[in-house]
Design a protein around this ligand. Structure first.
Ligand SMILES: CSC[C@H]1O[C@@H](n2cnc3c(O)ncnc32)[C@H](O)[C@@H]1O
Ligand SMILES: [Zn+2]
Length: 429
């Protein structure tokens, strides 16, 4: 067994306590072997002055949208998608997806994120980028019926089913597939039901956007006299490891339904604030026992992929939403970004314990903005920035050591992405 020892630091435990310990990793098996004092390995990562914590889980993004960062801002969702984003996405080429995905993965590795769920196009290109980057991902082709005839819309869902099977197991098993109809309002009811049936036949989850804006929720309620997620459950979209992004506008009956069915909810606070979509009832979801993770959404509505920002936003916005400063406390925010996200995606990550996947971030606390260190969990939620991450490890492999990304050529990735983004915009206009 080839081992990696992460030595000299403190360790964040699943119960959110912090203890002094080393972490020993089996590099070939990709899992954690032991956590305890004085552990030696074939290779060592120095965690002095650092906190060893689970790699963060970005449970909802569109990673190649890094190419559209800053392309269109300051508009509400529907206008932003229809006037700006969908027209430019129509000009995307497969090589753009790969370049944008690599850029996003450099950004995620540099800020301690080791796993993500992605809904986009040309997902074989994203899977290839995941393979090179060394990260872990749940990938799905995003299918939209809007603007398509019945046949083309059905073919799009079929493509989502086929692509989920195609990418499943890629990157030495670090990629899994999911069927991803875009949302409850942009895919026809028949095709939503069909997507759920086909996904569950194949044993993969369904992932979609739901209850993001009032403009999306109100017509469903008016037309069907039913809450959107009760309708989604009737269509087969809740439970079975299924998960959805946003859940901003939820009533109590939907919160109970989500907890009862175990449907995963991905809270995307920065995107919800930027698009002025609203404030999700996160504390109520947590109180009900729902499975809640955090997502950045795409870099065009955030505008970065730093999950430390997301923890801070979730804690702050959660308090505003509940009108209660004790709501969404620091440990809740950290849990959502780690174990919560892993539970939403069905991954054996997000907790540092023997037998779990060795997906790890080491945060450097030797910094003025992290001094004094009264409470490291408080700092994780409120004060740490992605740039404080010193090392990133996924599946037992070192992806970043001392802030140098080892799996991708950062300079080349940035240059290629900037060039592809420039050419994309030129093609689209
Ligand atoms: C069909 S692939 C995914 C699709 O979703 C778009 N998108 C990006 N952000 C959001 C959001 O917050 N709500 C709904 N849809 C979003 C993305 O641009 C792709 O077209
Ligand atoms: Zn999204």
């Amino acid at each position: 067994m080839q081992t990696l020892a992460i030595r000299g630091g403190r360790v964040l435990r699943p119960d959110m306590t912090v203890t002094e310990a080393d972490v020993l990793v089996d590099r070939e098996g990709g899992d954690i072997v032991e956590i305890g004092p004085d552990l030696d390995g074939d290779e060592t990562l120095d965690a002095t002055d650092g906190l060893v914590m689970p790699g963060l889980v970005n449970a909802h993004t569109h990673v190649a949208m890094t190419l559209l960062r800053g392309y269109a801002d300051d508009k509400p969702l529907e206008t932003w998608l229809r006037e700006d984003i969908w027209p430019v996405e129509a000009a995307l080429e497969p090589a753009d997806i790969e370049a944008g995905a690599e850029l996003g993965m450099v950004e995620m590795i540099r800020s301690g994120t080791t796993a993500f769920a992605d809904m986009y196009f040309e997902i074989d290109r994203t899977a290839a980028a995941v393979d090179r980057a060394g990260t872990r991902a749940v990938l799905g082709h995003g299918a939209i019926s809007a603007g398509k005839d019945d046949e083309a819309a059905r073919a799009d869902i079929e493509e989502s089913v086929a692509m989920a099977a195609q990418v499943d197991g890629a990157a030495d098993g670090r990629v899994s597939g999911a069927v991803m109809p875009h949302s409850l309002t942009t895919v026809t009811p028949e095709l939503l039901e069909f997507a759920a049936e086909r996904a569950h036949e194949k044993g993969v989850p369904v992932h979609y956007h739901a209850n993001e804006t009032r403009d999306e929720v109100d017509p469903i309620v008016d037309e069907r006299d039913q809450r959107p997620l009760a309708w989604a459950r009737d269509l087969g979209l809740c439970g079975n490891d299924d998960f959805f992004a946003h859940g901003v506008h939820l009533d109590d009956s939907e919160i109970d339904l989500l907890a009862e069915t175990g449907t995963g909810v991905v809270h995307c606070p920065a995107s919800n604030m930027k698009l002025a979509s609203g404030m999700a009832p996160v504390q109520r979801l947590l109180d009900a026992g729902a499975t809640v993770g955090l997502g950045t959404d795409g870099a065009a509505s955030n505008n970065d992929l730093d999950l430390f920002d997301e923890m801070r936003d979730a804690a702050m916005l959660g308090k505003l939403a509940a009108d209660d400063a004790s709501a969404v406390a620091a440990p809740d925010a950290v849990r959502m970004a780690t174990a919560g996200g892993a539970d939403v995606l069905g991954l054996d990550t997000g907790r540092l314990e023997p037998g779990a996947a060795a997906d790890i971030a080491v945060v450097d606390f030797d910094a003025p903005h992290l001094t004094p260190g009264h409470d490291l969990v408080s700092h994780l939620a409120y004060a740490v920035r992605g740039s404080d991450v010193r090392h990133t490890v996924c599946d037992g492999d070192i992806l970043m050591r001392d802030r140098e990304v080892l799996t991708l050529d950062e300079e080349a990735v940035v240059e290629r992405a900037a060039e592809r983004a420039r050419a994309l915009v030129e093609r689209a206009e």
